[in-house]
Design a protein around this ligand. Structure first.
Ligand SMILES: Cc1cc2nc3c(=O)[nH]c(=O)nc-3n(C[C@H](O)[C@H](O)[C@H](O)COP(=O)(O)O)c2cc1C
Length: 347
């Protein structure tokens, strides 16, 4: 039996499947189901101090789309290539109740040899630091701070911070690192060309790991009604996003080195996607939409797929990390094939 264990900074996870934050982790019952299904860690639904961000949860909407932008039934059995288009809000409870939930969740997680990760999406730096200290005081073992939530610019003013510049990532991470000693994960937006620089800024400022990378904002006209689907811009993600995250994992690894923990998010739908992300340089993978739209069994199914692969290849999980990334060549390295392009042009 090959080892599934992976290290994220100084933390060892029993396997690389982390359940990313989402509505299914608003309540302890959802977190418990994910832990029972074998997740290495579960990121609790994010919170901050903004009432507008909480109220936004009452105005959410979700669509599951096929590749022709047709709505699919939300029957918890979507095809692998379904994409999720949605707007979201933050955890509905006041911070003290959220904190109680998070502490109970992390205690429960420890019984499963796993972690429940506290998650903040900041509205202001001052409250971010105050809440981070409270989280540490409550005994929660890991904090993730998402400074790249895609809804940032559509949400009410002041409800959600969305950072795109390395200097801001540096300032926020330094302040957090001064405020708390617990492992700190920084989750970044994918809506920037500065991704390796943002990761380096987080690393240099003391973050234990970085999660790459948040979903994209989209707009989808409904051609029957002529109106915007769901009525607004919304976040969009699907399996098509996996290569985009992999691209930035590889670029980041090349620029900052192989000794820093990167986590992947955006596009994982099964165990083979976890492998793809790890081969690109991720030490662990956060899976959200697949669980939200398919149910908790996808967690154990994905871990089984990963286990089978490792057994067939006779590899421990950590051997996957960056193995494809480190073989990535340049365009100039490729062999010359005269007129080969003609094979790909229509006659
Ligand atoms: C319905 C929904 C709610 C989400 N809520 C949060 C959240 O509260 N905090 C957070 O950091 N990410 C949140 N995310 C982002 C996911 O954790 C994840 O990074 C993203 O969906 C891409 O991964 P996926 O393709 O596995 O869904 C949410 C995503 C979805 C679909």
């Amino acid at each position: 039996m090959k080892s599934l264990g992976v290290n994220i900074g100084n933390i060892t996870l029993k396997n690389p499947l982390i359940c990313g934050s989402g509505e299914h982790f608003i309540e302890l019952s959802g977190i418990e189901k994910a832990l029972k299904a074998g997740a290495g860690a579960v990121v609790i639904k994010s919170t901050n101090e903004s009432d507008a961000a909480k109220e936004q949860l009452e105005k959410t909407d979700y669509a599951l789309l096929d590749s022709n932008f047709n709505k699919l039934e939300w029957d918890f059995n979507p095809p692998r290539d379904a994409s999720v288009f949605n707007r979201s809000g933050l955890h509905p409870q006041p911070f003290d109740q959220w904190l109680e939930l998070a502490a109970a969740a992390d205690k429960l997680a420890a019984e499963h040899d796993a972690y429940a990760v506290a998650s903040l999406i900041p509205a202001s730096t001052q409250k971010l630091l105050e809440y981070a200290r409270e989280i540490e005081k409550a005994g929660i073992r890991i904090l993730e701070v998402n400074v790249g939530a895609p809804h940032g610019e559509e949400a009410a003013t002041g409800a959600i911070m969305l950072e795109r510049e390395a200097s801001r990532i540096s300032d926020i991470t330094k302040a957090l690192r001064k405020a708390v000693d617990i492992p700190l994960w920084i989750k970044l937006t994918g809506q920037s060309q500065e991704i390796p620089a943002m990761v380096k800024a987080a690393k240099d400022a003391g973050a234990d790991a970085v999660t790459l990378m948040g979903r994209y904002m989209g707009f989808i006209p409904d051609i029957d009604t002529g109106k915007p689907m769901l009525g607004t811009h919304a976040a969009y993600g699907g399996p098509w996003a996996l290569p985009l995250t992999c691209h930035w994992l590889v670029k980041t690894r090349a620029q900052i080195g192989s000794d820093y923990s990167l986590m992947a998010t955006n596009g994982a739908r099964n165990g083979h996607d976890i492998i793809r992300f790890m081969l690109s340089g991720a030490s662990a993978v956060q899976m959200t939409s697949a669980i939200f739209a398919s149910g908790y069994d996808i967690i154990s199914n994905s871990i089984n797929e990963l286990t089978d692969y490792l057994n067939v290849k006779d590899l421990d999980c950590i051997a996957l990390i960056g193995a494809a990334a480190d073989q990535c060549e340049t365009y100039a390295d490729q062999q010359n094939r005269k007129d080969y392009w003609r094979d790909f042009t229509p006659t």
